[in-house]
Design a protein around this ligand. Structure first.
Ligand code: GAP
Length: 448
């Protein structure tokens, strides 16, 4: 079922206007994806839910939105220029390039904790060849940041990078927010935005893309009290995932061993999800210590110390970082919501999306589109529901009622409202439920 299920989801998202290959009309651009009318709405519903959960509903979080292009010193101080690398090897005949750890994984060898030299040794020991059957070169490191130049000169001083994580845009604004709001510690800064990584081998649909979106929090804590905040943010993350309909049996915590952690982390819990393609990382929560603020202080010469209100105590805060990928979350939501069943002897596909995430909350149809009195009444109901559901209502008079239901099921619309001849007599409509397919008659007044 697994790969077939993934294929079915990918085909549904394309057919129904959620997700398309980037630049498809020109043959595509690997690792990029475009969002259609329903995809953009689903994505926005996910990011809105995250913002509500982690920012608006709390008193200790502040939002920021930093520029994607940043001073190159940011990436030198953060360690990304030197260490944000993946191991790359090459097919020695056709010169196609691969991530060495992925080649090993595809051959049943877990390379997570291996050094590059150990990976190369494993390739030789197991006689592993490229996917085209040719010998592989020894590995070298490949920096994943997209490099560019800012302004009209292309010298060293003009170098900049598309940000590979949104986190640094938060750290560089830590002082601005403290000076403006003087929040009590612990407090967090949150940001949602694009990140870019020149992945050697983008794969598994949107799971590993070159352009993607992150939702990140840097939560600033007293150095002695990081553990309680770590636990609180971890528990809050589980609550959030459950509110998106992800079942706990599909969610796993991985306490990442030291050798596999990012250079800045003293502890990381990865949350993994059972995707149709297998168990893989959904998000991470890392204890980044004072690594970033101390580096910024040193590189910029500006104090990053926090002074406790009404006391002389001063320190550089430590940081807990929950880091979510929007695309991975959307993939998890879609694979959890994707259902197949049988209705009246026919196979049916539907998305069991939570109401909060469904791109369309309600579809409205006149039973027959060539009866002006039905259409007029349906238009009235449609307009009223548009107001009620903040625009997330679809007018659907295409094909027969059965076809309309199937279409709405596939995009996860929780209810379909049909205006028929009885509506003209007693002002009631049928409301059909996506999950049970049951229909009930409800008065228009009650509905809107
Ligand atoms: N600031 C920390 C950081 O960026 P990360 O583990 O490299 O940590 C965080 O990335 C999250 O961003 C991942 O858990 C994943 O959800 C998402 N992510 C990372 N690389 C991605 C890619 N190439 N495509 C899609 N999502 C990605």
């Amino acid at each position: 079922m697994s790969d077939t299920k993934m294929d079915s989801i990918i085909s549904l998202t394309k057919r129904r206007g959620f997700i398309y290959q980037g630049s498809e009309v020109y043959g595509g651009l690997s690792g990029t994806w475009d969002y259609g009318p329903l995809g953009v709405q689903l994505k926005r519903n996910i990011t809105d839910a995250w913002w509500r959960h982690f920012v608006s509903n709390r008193d200790d979080m502040y939002g920021v939105d930093a520029a994607i292009l940043m001073n190159q010193k940011v990436w030198q101080a953060s360690g990304h220029v030197d260490t944000f690398v993946d191991p790359l090897c090459e097919d020695t005949v056709n010169h196609r390039r691969y991530r060495t750890d992925h080649i090993l994984k595809d051959n049943g060898i877990d390379a997570e904790s291996m050094t590059m030299e150990e990976m190369d040794a494993a390739i030789i020991e197991h006689g592993i060849k490229s996917p085209d059957g040719n010998p592989l070169s020894p590995s070298r490191t490949f920096n994943m940041m997209f490099k560019t130049h800012v302004g009209a000169t292309e010298d060293e001083s003009a170098i900049s990078y598309l940000r590979p994580e949104t986190a640094q845009g938060i750290f560089t604004n830590y002082k601005n927010v403290v000076d403006a709001f003087y929040p009590n510690i612990p407090f967090g800064l949150a940001q949602i935005g694009k990140a870019f990584r020149n992945e050697i081998s983008p794969r598994d649909f949107v799971f590993r893309s070159r352009e993607f979106e992150q939702m990140e929090i840097e939560y600033f804590v007293h150095p002695d009290r990081w553990e309680e905040s770590f636990e609180e943010l971890l528990a809050s993350t589980h609550k959030f995932l459950s509110s998106l309909g992800l079942r706990s049996e599909n969610i796993h915590e991985l306490d990442v061993p030291e050798a596999d952690r990012a250079h800045y982390s003293k502890k990381t819990i990865d949350i993994e999800f059972d995707y149709p393609t297998g168990k893989a990382e959904l998000l991470g929560i890392a204890y980044r210590t004072d690594f970033d603020l101390s580096n910024i202080q040193q590189a910029s010469g500006k104090s990053m110390e926090y002074r406790v209100k009404g006391s002389d105590e001063k320190f550089i805060p430590h940081v807990i970082e929950p880091s979510f990928g929007v695309e991975r979350l959307m993939m998890a939501v879609l694979s959890e919501a994707y259902r197949e069943d049988e209705v009246n002897g026919e196979r049916r596909v539907y998305l069991h999306l939570p109401e909060e995430l469904a791109p369309i909350k309600c579809a409205v149809s006149p039973l027959l589109k060539n009866k002006p009195e039905l259409v007029e009444k349906a238009r009235d109901v449609y307009r009223a529901l548009k107001q009620k559901y903040d625009g997330a209502v679809m007018w659907d008079d295409n094909g027969n009622i059965g076809k309309r239901y199937r279409r709405q099921d596939e995009i996860g619309t929780p209810r379909c409202v049909v205006i028929d001849f009885q509506t003209l007599e007693d002002d009631t409509v049928t409301v059909r439920d996506r999950d049970t397919t049951e229909q009930v008659r409800v008065s228009v007044k009650e509905l809107v």
